[in-house]
Design a protein around this ligand. Structure first.
Ligand code: SF4
Length: 79
């Protein structure tokens, strides 16, 4: 599914390898810099969190960072 906010993404038209790096030592540094200036970062992060997307850079966060954020939010909901 394609959402309207995706048309304003800073990564629009860029190579997938930047945001979906492969290999044991995935390098997200370039994607992180691009995401930092993206006008739809919040929407992108929400999309990945709600979809439980476990790969690639979304909203400026790596899969591991998003998993940590989800855990933190769940703990806060319980508390
Ligand atoms: S936050 Fe990053 S991955 Fe998400 S749309 Fe913007 S540039 Fe692309």
């Amino acid at each position: 599914m394609r959402w309207a906010w995706m048309d304003r993404a800073a990564c629009r038209g860029m190579a997938d390898t930047v945001f979906f790096p492969e290999g044991p030592h995935r390098n997200y540094s370039r994607a992180r810099r691009i995401c930092a200036g993206c006008p739809v970062r919040k929407e992108c992060l929400r999309y990945a969190l709600e979809g439980c997307i476990g790969f690639g850079m979304f909203g400026g966060l790596t899969p591991r960072q998003r998993a940590a954020l989800r855990r933190r939010r769940r703990r806060e909901e319980v508390a």
